[in-house]
Design a protein around this ligand. Structure first.
Ligand code: F6R
Length: 249
């Protein structure tokens, strides 16, 4: 393991995906031990799968208890039914919630099936604020530098909003669908304000295909064209990345 700071961001470089997953799980465990009623911001996708596995193991071994924890997921496809196997609601259930004791009422994911998008987004923002904001936000990063589904744009979006997914994101996520045409073209995502109001942020990345985005977010200008670059302005961000993702630093 190596540690280095770049532009106010703490970076932990580990050998591989497994070590990244273990480190991130250890940090969530510590957060919940220190504050039982923590508000956790959660991500989906390939990156955090191993972290969820580690957390489930810790829960089964009675090392961590999620009884008083509240969770907010970053994003959800739109439109999608929550019981669709491609929905992030389904992902969270399969990888995490069905194995641990986060209370159902305390699990929050943007509602991808409400046709009133405005209402869904405002309700999500209000719920995050009412919880006192997120204590620890877990992020992955897109190959185009997106966080949540905040895609490269000419401006940063503040609150939860409807997003037109980038072609690059649709291609990257096609692996979870039978045909690329089945990937929804839109999603609901927390905005940059929601993410920046989190007290602590952990961003995980594994693999060479993330190396360019990691370099740009750390060493490039802060710009909505590379949404993750905004994290240079947050006071408590830790990156946990493997050697391959750190390959261009
Ligand atoms: C998922 C999310 C996205 C992913 C990113 C990387 O909830 O917010 O920003 O973290 O697209 O995806 P993977 O981990 O599949 O490479």
């Amino acid at each position: 393991m190596k540690t280095v700071d770049i532009n106010n961001i703490k970076i932990i470089i580990v050998d591989n995906y497994e070590q990244m997953s273990k480190k991130a799980a250890a940090m969530i465990e510590a957060q919940v031990l220190l504050k039982r009623n923590s508000v956790l911001g959660l991500a989906t996708g390939s990156t955090p799968e191993g972290m969820y596995q580690e957390l489930v193991k810790k829960y089964q071994e009675n090392e961590v208890n999620f009884q008083d924890v509240t969770t907010f997921n970053l994003d959800e496809y739109y439109p999608i039914a929550s019981d669709s196997p491609q929905s992030y609601a389904y992902y969270m259930h399969e990888h995490f919630f069905k194995h641990v004791n986060v209370r159902e009422h305390y699990q929050n994911i943007p509602n991808g099936s409400n046709t009133n998008v405005e209402e869904t987004c405002q309700a999500y923002d209000r719920a995050i604020e009412a919880s006192g904001n997120i204590d620890l936000q877990i992020l992955g990063i897109g190959t185009n530098g997106h966080i949540g589904f905040n895609e490269p744009d000419v401006k940063f979006e503040a609150g939860t909003h409807l997003v037109e997914l980038d072609e690059e994101t649709i291609e990257a996520n096609a692996r979870f669908f039978e045909h690329i045409e089945d990937v929804p073209k839109q999603a609901l995502s927390m905005g940059i304000r929601n993410i920046m109001h989190s007290k602590k942020i952990i961003l995980m990345a594994s693999g060479q295909n993330k190396a360019k985005a990691i370099r740009a977010m750390l060493k490039g200008p802060v710009t909505p064209e590379l949404p993750a670059s905004i994290l240079q302005l947050h006071q408590d961000v830790t990156l946990i990345i493997d050697e391959a993702a750190a390959g261009e630093l």
